[in-house]
Design a protein around this ligand. Structure first.
Ligand SMILES: [Zn+2]
Length: 489
């Protein structure tokens, strides 16, 4: 399995530290606002990687942080006149609700920064002890001139570094390379929202970057396999994480760095600095389905800029509909017949082929668009096979091979499970409602011995391709294998 490692700028064969196990950390959201759909794409990417590693048989320990103390959370809590935790906690809850809506399985461990302050303090102490950090007016800064590996991940131009100068804000850009804050001395604002912790160098609060170093190593160890996040985090966040972690431990921090690209809306990067922010809720309110959003994400490689348009969502909705209908047709058809079916192993071969092509594409740095294409090739074969099932019945074994391929691929893509949930939520399953209403009408006609009416209702059902079977437990119905079933009564 090849993964593109930002650290080496190369595709590398993925070999975990411990055979069969993967430690993986993803930078999660700062819980100060509802994430926009571009943020959700990043979390979707981490989820996809997590799911695919499990598909490949790895036991994955997946950690995602929630930043609940930093410049932004403190500013917003202050504006709203509430304590920090009271301000942030509802955003954590809505985040998990959005994850569920979008079929994001979630991490094994969610770490909140405010619960790892002792780990941050001891990490900073180690950096001070090793001469890589210094105290200045109650704040602690990382001395980048003392860490020779600085800039290796982001490949920033270190000749632009402003030696001996300091940057206190959590976010800064490439032309502002300076000693960055590990710990920030207490201000009035911090006290007002309860964001103050005591340390050997005085009261204050952590810088954003130290949080991820401390939390990831606390759970996954000082060296672990995969660290991922949005491409906007390469500098300074991930660069600073490496400096802090490797500076303190003297060991390699992360072996594979993976970064997901932005999402573009009408050619613009969808980020908070612009006005074009859509949350998942905004998109659903405008009629988009979560399964279509998931599908749209899969159409573009995670390192490619995804152009997110209404047209793309509509095309995805149609693609999901086709996939779902085929899967449902296969699942619902009575695949118990044997005999000639054993001689027609079409779906066994197609299922094996689909899984092989899917795996080959995903092994190539999660090439989801090619993997999707292999799934749709499979859908075409299954449909052709289903159309012919009256002359060449599908055996239970053949159907289960095909259904297994759908299930295994969907364990990674998560489209079918989401579409099915959405289907169940849609109350207008009109055919089913119509059939059940007609069967009830027929039963009532029979009960009052109006057999002419009962036969008429039965003919009405037959004309629509519905076969009614009377059993001891009542009428059972199925869709006839030949002929089109019209969805609209
Ligand atoms: Zn982080």
């Amino acid at each position: 399995m090849l993964l593109y490692n930002t650290l080496t700028r190369r595709h590398e064969e993925f070999v975990p530290l411990i055979e069969g196990e993967v430690g993986m950390y993803a930078c999660g959201p700062t819980i100060y606002a509802t994430p926009h759909i571009g943020n959700m794409r990043t979390f979707f990417f981490a989820d996809l990687l997590h799911r695919y590693l499990e598909f490949r048989g790895y036991r994955v320990k997946f950690v995602m942080n929630l930043t609940d103390v930093d410049d932004k959370t403190i500013t917003r809590a202050l504006q709203n006149g509430v304590p920090l935790t009271e301000y942030t906690e509802p955003f954590a809850e809505s985040l998990f609700a959005d994850f569920d809506t979008l079929g994001i399985q979630g991490a094994d461990v969610y770490t909140r920064a405010t619960r790892y302050i002792p780990e941050m303090i001891s990490l900073i102490q180690r950096l001070i002890d090793r001469g890589l950090a210094y105290v200045s007016d109650g704040s602690v800064y990382f001395d980048i001139s003392e860490f020779p590996g600085y800039g290796r991940l982001s490949r920033v131009d270190l000749t632009q570094a402003r030696q001996g100068e300091r940057v206190a804000s959590d976010e800064y850009d490439k032309d502002d390379i300076r000693d960055f804050a590990l710990w920030k001395a207490v201000r009035e604002e911090d006290e007002a929202v309860g964001a103050v912790w005591m340390t050997p160098w005085g009261p204050g609060r952590p810088g954003w970057h130290i949080e991820c170093s401390a939390m990831s190593m606390a759970i996954l160890g000082e060296t672990f396999d995969i660290h991922c996040g949005g491409a906007d985090l390469v500098f300074p966040h991930h660069e600073d994480e490496i400096a802090q972690s490797e500076g303190a431990t003297g060991k390699p921090f992360v072996r594979y760095w993976l970064h997901g690209e932005f999402l573009q809306l009408d050619g613009e990067k969808m980020a908070k600095s612009r006005g074009n922010l859509f949350t998942l809720g905004d998109l659903l309110d405008r009629g988009a389905r979560a399964s279509s959003i998931r599908h749209t994400f899969l159409t573009t490689h995670y390192r490619g800029r995804l152009s997110f348009t209404w047209a793309a969502l509509a095309a995805s909705a149609e693609a999901v509909r086709r996939l779902f209908n085929t899967w449902k047709r296969l699942r619902d058809h009575p695949s118990t017949r044997t005999g000639r079916a054993e001689d027609v192993p079409v779906l066994h071969e197609a299922a094996a082929g689909a899984l092989a092509n899917f795996t080959a594409a995903m092994d190539d740095d999660l090439n989801t668009s090619v993997a999707l294409a292999s799934l749709y090739d499979f859908v075409t074969i299954v449909n052709t096979r289903l159309d012919a099932l009256c002359t060449a019945p599908i055996s239970a074994a053949e159907a289960s091979a095909a259904l297994d391929a759908f299930a295994r691929i969907d364990a990674v893509f998560g489209i079918l499970t989401l579409a099915e949930r959405e289907q169940e939520e849609v109350a207008d399953d009109r055919l089913r409602l119509w059939v059940e209403e007609r069967i009830q009408a027929r039963a009532e006609a029979r009960a009052r011995r109006d057999f002419a009416e009962a036969d008429r209702v039965r003919d009405e059902l037959t004309a629509r391709g519905i076969v009614v079977e009377d059993t001891v437990t009542g009428a059972r119905w199925s869709v006839r294998c030949q002929g089109e079933v019209r969805a609209d009564p």
